[in-house]
Design a protein around this ligand. Structure first.
Ligand code: MN
Ligand code: MN
Length: 457
């Protein structure tokens, strides 16, 4: 059976025009004006709505122990929110083979509703680990690793290990994700705060200052420069860190920056909400100042920020965040965001005139696909691309409420916001998985995305 989307306005990262889209066997096979219908065609009338490539979230933490979204609820929420692909982080177990670990994660993802890939988090550097990195890229289609400069005595790696791991990854055609905060100094600041009786959530932000994010961002970029490896700075939250990325780009370095919707829209005053409500907003890096939001939007416009990741971490408030009621250092880090990222960035970006619609498609879909080896199969609407498509009605609106969400958390960080624009259909490889607020996807229909090695394109 063929599917034809008629009467819509097709939007890519570069263009916008009236066109019909023909889909056969999950692939786009024609884009042109007035495609002729056959009697058996499934016809979707887009009725002057936007037809865009499905969004790609390259920063998700589904199925992490202690969180409540597995690949079933997490990818359902993602699809309801216009995402058609995710790259999720694996969680390594110390001493376990990374290839064996990857196999376990592929099992966890079998119930996925949308297509998925993985970044391997690497938190140690032995000969065995160094030998496994090329296999991830050459045999498993996992062409990115993730390193942490924060979370001392947990996943943090030393500068020396970061250098060795980056070098090996670069030689293997991979790109390296880095969480850039100075973990040693953050650890000390947290100890000092607690010893001074500073236990409230706001001290989470005070003990992770922008300077320490900027310092680590520069250090990651400079070490990657010496290791000759492309680097991707995850969740850039502030102007100071972004300036380090911009300086490196001026030097001609291959460095990309991601930000998250919460850094664009929320600020650190949320951490001071009464009755420990501020605990709901604890993430790392922390929410910053209002001026930082302006710098991040400017970075998106200039192209120094390439992507937006959700950094979705489905921690509960009751029984989760509240563990840190008397001590902010015990509050588990992370925010739920996978279901709202598309609508939030559209509203504050396009609707409020901060970015163009083409730029929106670029940061939500095209750039992430290019950087992480999925383009042009994903991230664009061209003949030969997977029919991963969002149909979006800019005239509709909605108020965000946890009552209507599909992610499993007991709160929503965007609760009560009225957002302009609403997704009406989501197609994944041609299957209509969301239609007018109804979820139609079949469990386990998502496929593993075998990604290509890093190239400049
Ligand atoms: Mn992180
Ligand atoms: Mn993360």
């Amino acid at each position: 059976m063929r599917t034809i989307i008629k009467n819509g306005i097709l939007v890519t990262s570069k263009a916008m025009y009236k066109a019909d889209v023909l889909i056969e066997q999950g692939i786009i096979t024609d884009i042109s004006e007035n495609i002729l219908l056959d009697t058996n065609d499934l016809v979707i009338n887009a009725n002057n709505q936007f037809i865009m490539p499905g969004a790609i979230d390259v920063h998700a933490h589904l199925a992490v122990p202690g969180t409540v979204d597995d690949f079933e609820s997490g990818t359902k929420a993602a699809a309801m929110g216009g995402l058609t692909s995710i790259i999720n982080f694996t969680n390594p177990t110390k001493g376990q083979s990374f290839l064996e670990n990857l196999r376990e994660w592929k099992d966890k993802a079998k119930c996925s509703y949308i297509d998925y890939g993985f970044h391997s988090i690497i938190n140690e550097c032995s000969e065995k680990v160094l030998a496994e990195i090329p296999k991830l890229a050459n045999e498993e289609g996992v062409t990115s690793i993730k390193l942490f400069m924060a979370y001392k005595n947990d996943v943090m790696v030393s500068d020396l290990d970061m250098y060795k791991l980056m070098k090996k990854a670069g030689e293997s055609g991979m790109i390296v994700n880095v969480h850039a905060e100075n973990g040693d100094v953050v650890d000390q600041l947290r100890k000092e705060a607690i010893s001074e009786g500073k236990t409230a959530p706001i001290y989470h932000a005070e003990t992770r200052p922008a300077s320490l994010e900027a310092e680590a961002t520069n250090r990651a970029i400079r070490i990657a420069e010496v290791a000759n490896t492309p680097v991707y700075i995850v969740h850039v939250s502030c102007s100071d860190a972004l300036q380090e990325v911009e300086r490196a780009k001026k030097r001609g370095r291959i460095v990309y920056a991601e930000t998250c919707p919460h850094y664009l829209v929320l600020d650190k005053s949320y951490l001071e909400l009464p009755d420990f409500e501020g605990g709901k907003y604890v993430c790392s890096p922390p929410l910053r100042d209002k001026q930082d939001q302006n710098s991040l939007w400017e970075g998106i416009r200039k192209g120094s920020i390439s992507t937006i990741g959700s950094d979705h971490s489905s921690l509960l408030f009751e029984g989760g965040k509240k563990i840190g009621f008397n001590n902010f250092t015990l509050i588990p880090n992370g925010l739920p965001s996978i279901e709202d990222i598309f609508h939030v960035v559209y509203h504050f970006g396009v609707h409020e005139d901060r970015i163009s619609l083409n730029k929106f498609v670029d940061i939500m879909s095209t750039s992430p696909a290019k950087i992480f080896g999925m383009y042009p199969r994903k991230g664009t609407l061209e003949i030969g691309s997977d029919a991963d498509i969002v149909i979006f009605d800019p005239s509709k609106s909605r108020v965000v409420s946890k009552k209507e969400q599909h992610q499993s958390t007991d709160y929503n960080i965007y609760e009560g916001l009225e957002l302009q624009g609403r997704i009406t259909h989501v197609l994944s490889r041609g299957d209509v998985i969301v239609k007018e607020n109804t979820f139609l996807g079949e469990i386990g229909r998502g496929k593993f995305i075998y990604r290509k090695k890093f190239t400049l394109n």
